[in-house]
Ligand binder design. Structure first.
Ligand code: TPP
Ligand code: MG
Length: 585
């Protein structure tokens, strides 16, 4: 069938390439070039390194692979197909169906296909996070890598390494150009996240042409300065070089790794290789025939999957993954007997369930004409919850003294290099990366919160929006929502921010107006297993009147609006008030 039979590695790599080429051509839309170039990288990683069991793609200690270059989605879909990854439903059940059936690859980018244009978390099993907005995937990977360390510090015991997973993210030039990746890489280097490996597809091509148009920095030097271990693979087709690079990553125990892979976009395409024409459009039938000829592939075959390739995936990834997960499950059985409470916590985490009694210490604030600032009462409520919810972690973009989100109870602890099990995260002044890292923590199923001034929600909006799309239960606390010009002036005056956040589908936005409403807002957020939330808190001055009356900014006293649904109904009233105040200015 394939002329002189190539070795199974070449056969498998070319299967990935041709599946991607055919899917994009059939859809008449998509990006074939990067999958063609990166197929060997993904092949070696998945087949020889990734600790992932296709039979259980949500096994908690699996390594994660994130396709940050989300436009190359067929690369991920074809590997999920060839690896035989099983679908998981919303109840976390594996039903035996493939996550990506071949028919869905054939209907790439069509409605209902498991292969939409960009990878979507919760839609295609095996997709660890939604990607597409460049830079988000790599930044999110920092949160997932941090979660691995955090879980290890809290739950591992001598002879029980329950959590030690690695996180790989594949990025392109675009991801490297976006500021969010720099913010996140800086923090990852600072924290020394040694389980994090970014692979940079250094193909020198973006949409408008060669990267020399706009990008001439020394990326390796930049990452060295961030404190990363940087390696270079000079040829994406050299499997031995790739193996060596991944091995070095595994041996590096004090810093994250960047592997810069020199590649040729649309490798093998007679006319489109190394051109931006291979980026965002199908190769075209004639070019496809020429490419397949070069691969030694039947020119007219479409969606061809040689059975040897499926066997190869079963024999390598499948067997290794099954054994790793099996061993882990056995170990977990013993762990459960020796450390029942810890084991129960890890199971609750996986089900996104808060611990029993998480709300037992939420205070009720007595009537007080003067009133606490809502951020002060929020700090008290947050601490009361966090004390009883051990895997609720978070922090601020250098504003916790103002946002009052610092966890102050005994043992709360800080997250720092070599001490990654604390509860307080210092994100530094990096709102965008904070958002993506929160997403990563939530994808690892920790309960994560972040905070800042409402005005700076703009800086993190890209990640916040992704949290909403992914229905992640991330909590944002935005303070200083005064729309009047204050001491800080108009740069700190969030005029349009509240309604614009409310316009994000899937984001619950509450603006509690007194201390008891704050407590209820936290109850609403915390009870949510999915969906993102954001709370906007006022500066001092909002009186709180008591548990059954609400002082809403300027006018109303509403009674009995403390159940969750009524709070939701209450939202539009607040919005209108805010807007009308804006027009008064
Ligand atoms: C934040 C963001 N801006 C713009 C785009 C549109 N876009 C998609 S791919 C791409 C070029 C990416 O180039 P590169 O990362 O080098 O990928 P390659 O073409 O090499 O696969 C752009 C600008 C996007 N997806 N996300
Ligand atoms: Mg590129």
């Amino acid at each position: 069938m394939l002329g002189s039979m190539p070795d199974v590695e070449t056969l498998s790599i070319n299967t990935i390439r041709t599946l991607c080429i055919d899917a994009v051509q059939q859809a008449n839309s998509g990006h074939p070039g990067t999958p063609m170039a990166m197929a060997p990288v993904v092949y070696v990683l998945w087949q020889e390194f990734l600790r992932f069991d296709p039979a259980d793609p949500i096994w908690p200690n699996r390594d994660r692979f994130i396709l940050s270059a989300g436009h190359a989605s067929t690369l991920l879909y074809s590997v999920l197909h060839l690896a035989g990854v099983k679908a998981v439903n919303r109840k976390y059940e594996t039903l035996g169906e493939l996550a990506v059936p071949l028919d869905d690859l054939k209907s790439f980018r069509q409605l209902e296909s498991r292969c939409p244009g960009h990878p979507e978390y919760r839609w295609t099993s095996g997709v660890e996070t939604t990607t597409g907005p460049l830079g988000q995937g790599v930044a999110t990977s920092v949160g997932i890598a941090l979660a691995s360390h955090w879980l290890a510090e809290r739950y591992n015991r001598p002879d029980f390494p329950m959590f030690n997973y690695d996180v790989y993210a594949l990025a392109g030039d675009g991801c490297m150009m976006e500021g969010i990746s720099g913010e996140a890489a800086s923090l990852a280097g600072h924290l020394g996240l040694s389980n994090l490996c970014w692979i940079y597809d250094n193909n020198h091509i973006t949409i408008e042409g060669n990267t020399s148009l706009a990008f001439s920095e020394d990326v390796a030097g930049r990452f060295l300065a961030y404190g990363w271990n940087v390696q270079r693979v000079s040829n994406a087709n050299d499997l031995d070089l790739l193996r060596e690079a991944f091995q070095r990553f595994k041996q590096t125990t004090d810093r994250p790794s960047l592997i810069i892979v020199d590649s040729h976009i649309a490798y093998g395409a007679p006319h489109k290789q190394d051109t931006s024409a291979a980026h965002g459009e199908p190769l075209g039938e004639e070019e496809i025939r020429g490419t397949k000829r070069r691969y030694g592939w039947p020119e007219d075959a479409k969606f061809l999957v040689p059975p040897e390739v499926l066997d190869d995936f079963k024999a390598k990834l499948g067997q290794r993954g099954a054994k790793l997960r099996g061993d882990w499950m056995t170990l977990f059985g013993t762990y459960e007997m020796q450390f029942p409470e810890l084991a129960a916590e890890t199971l609750a985490i996986q089900r996104r369930e808060p611990p029993k009694g998480w709300d037992a210490e939420i205070p009720t604030f007595p009537p007080d004409a003067k009133g606490l600032a809502t951020r002060d009462s929020s700090g008290k409520v947050l601490n009361a919850i966090a004390k009883r919810h051990p895997w609720l972690i978070g922090g601020a973009a250098d504003l916790s003294p103002s946002t009052k989100t610092r966890l102050t109870f005994e043992g709360a602890g800080e997250i720092a290099r070599n001490s990654l099990g604390g509860r307080n995260i210092h994100f530094g002044i990096r709102e965008h990366a904070m958002g993506a890292i929160l997403n990563g923590l939530a994808l690892a199923k920790l309960r994560a919160f972040g905070s800042g001034f409402l005005i700076f929600s703009d800086y993190g909006r890209g990640s916040l929006r992704l949290a909403a799309i992914m229905e992640l239960p991330v909590i944002y606390i935005f303070t200083h929502d005064s729309i009047g010009v204050g001491e800080d002036g108009p740069t700190h005056q969030p005029v349009e921010h509240l309604p614009s956040l409310r316009a994000i589908p899937g984001l619950t936005v509450l603006r509690p107006c007194d201390a008891n409403e704050v407590a209820e807002a936290w109850r609403v957020y915390h009870g949510e297993k999915i969906r993102s939330s954001s709370s906007c808190l006022e500066p001092p001055g909002a009186a709180h009147l008591g548990p059954f009356e609400v002082y809403c900014g300027y006018i109303t006293q509403l009674k009995s609006c403390f159940s969750a649904p009524s709070l939701h109904r209450f939202i539009p009233i607040c919005t209108v008030l805010i807007l009308s105040r804006k027009t008064m200015r």
